[in-house]
Each structure stands twice: as structure tokens, then as C-alpha cells.
Design a protein around this ligand. Sequence first.
Ligand SMILES: [Cu+2]
Length: 333
Amino acid sequence: MRLLTPVLIALGLAFSAPVIAQGTPAAATATATNATVAATPTVAAPAELKPVADIGQPIAKGYALQPQVTKNGQFAMWMHDWLLMPIITAISVFVLGLLFWVAFRYRKAANPVPSTTSHNTVIEVIWTLVPVLILVGISIPSIGLLAAQYKPVGANAVTIKATGNQWFWSYTYPDHGDFEIVSNMLTDEQAKAKGEPRLLGVDNRIVVPVGVPVRVLTTSNDVIHAFAVPALWTKMDAVPGRLNETSFTVEKAGVYYGQCSELCGARHGFMPIAVEAVPPAQFAQWIASKGGKMPGNKPAATEPVGSATPQAPAPAPLTPAPVTPAPVAATKG
Ligand SMILES: [Cu+2]
């Protein structure tokens, strides 16, 4: 009898262990609502921004670039609209005009005896030099833009690790408590009900602060994907086994949509990206609502002023328990 009890307990544990082990991955891969639930947030998430038509998403009957909300994007758009397009148009019109002129002026009827000239030094110098000057003129702002796009951001940047999966995105915020966001596309019905654009709306957006540089580290769990958000002038391949880096600083609050931009399989077109840019204070609140914390060990924006233990070491001594219940009750819902 004395032996029987431990044997029974051991048997019970042995049988229950596989059940627990099987339960965990199933929960982890459950695509829709994610780790955020498990994190038991103590702060309510700020209200989601509503998408605005023609901002951060394709424009009906549009043919130009989407309105840009980063400095790099605005410069790139200026370059496209006021440098490249005028030069391309002028060259095309000039060459087409030359062709028409040659075909008309030197047709057989008008010019029965063709010239045998084969060299003209002045013209040859001009048609070599002018294209070189045009290309040099374009390359100066172009190289500047390229360098700006890949300029590493400083220590104050918010880091997001974006991982491509067949066929959804998952994100972690390594400097903010390393919580995970699993982001799946909404169905047509869900998108309609939520006022989200079709094929672009997701169940869980990523949130970034306005005016603060954001560093995006991209990688993949399976095949090559690409993290791309047109309004943020951002596109970076997400390659399995590698970590790529890109960055952007959003200048304007709003919701900006993107898509996977590397053919990655059957549902490549159905793994959108939604980035919500909000004021820094709201960002801190969102981080707290996900169970994360702002860097520097400060609990994220739970208390606006006061009780600010400066640089408190991580395991702060426990204060008497009944301090927080009121806000929890107030914010739940
Ligand atoms: Cu993909």
C-alpha cells in the first residue's frame, strides 16, 4: 500500500505529460488570437486607428506612388515626380521627334542622293557628353537616397523582428519584453465588418511610434518572403536563416498597409502587413497592453506621473498588493 501511492502518481504524471506536451504546440500555432491573450495585460489597449481611404493603401484608379509618410519616401517621390519623370519624358519626346524628322526630311523623294558622311566630331562629343552629364545628375540624389535608406538607426530606435511564415507574419518586439504578435489576414466578411480594406486588413496590427526610428529585422521560418509597406518606402527580403535590417521613421499617425512581396507559395497574396503609427505615449500604452515594457525597465506608461522610481533595478520590492485593482477593472472591456 505504501508503494502503491507513488506508483500511481508516477503513472498519472506519465500519462498526463504527453497531453500537456501536445497541447502546447497546438496553442502556439493557433493562428488567430495569440500570445497577447496569455500575457495577461494589465493595461487596456488603446483604440485602434481607423484606416483612411487613399492613405497607406492602394488608391482606386490610382497610377502614382502612394502618399509617402517618411522623409525618405517623400524625397523618393519628389525624385520620381520632378526629376526622373521629366527627364524620361524629355528624352523620349526628343528621340521620337528626331526619328520623325529623319524619316521625313531624308526620305527618298526629298533626298535622292544620300550623304556619305561617317563622322562628325562635334556631334559625337555632344552625344557622349550629354548622356553622361544626365546620368551623373541623376546619380547624385539617387545615391544619397540609397544611403539614407540603409543608414543604421540609433540606439533610441524601436526594434521589430518580422518573421515570414507560410502564410502569415509574426512579429516580436525584442527590446520591449519580446512579446509576440501573430498577424493573419481578415476574411472578406471580417474586413467589411471592421471597415478594413479587403485583402489588407489583419487581425493583429503592429504598432509603431510616430517620429521615432523603427528598425525592422526580417527573417523567415520557411521560404523567402519580403516585408514591404509602400507608404513607408520599405521593402526587405525575409530569408530563412538570415537576419536582414531596414528602417523607417513614420512622420504621420495612421494605418499603413503592405503585402508580402516575394512569391512564397499558394497564399502569397494573402499575408498582408498592417502598421499602425501612433503618438509615442499611445505606443507605450499599447506595449503595456501586450504585457511588454518600455526599455530601461520602466513599466510601460502605466502611471503617467509620480511613483517614478528612477532606474529601479528589475525585481522591485513588492509593494502592498491592493494598488492596481481599480485601473484593471476600469480598463477591462
Ligand atoms: Cu510571403
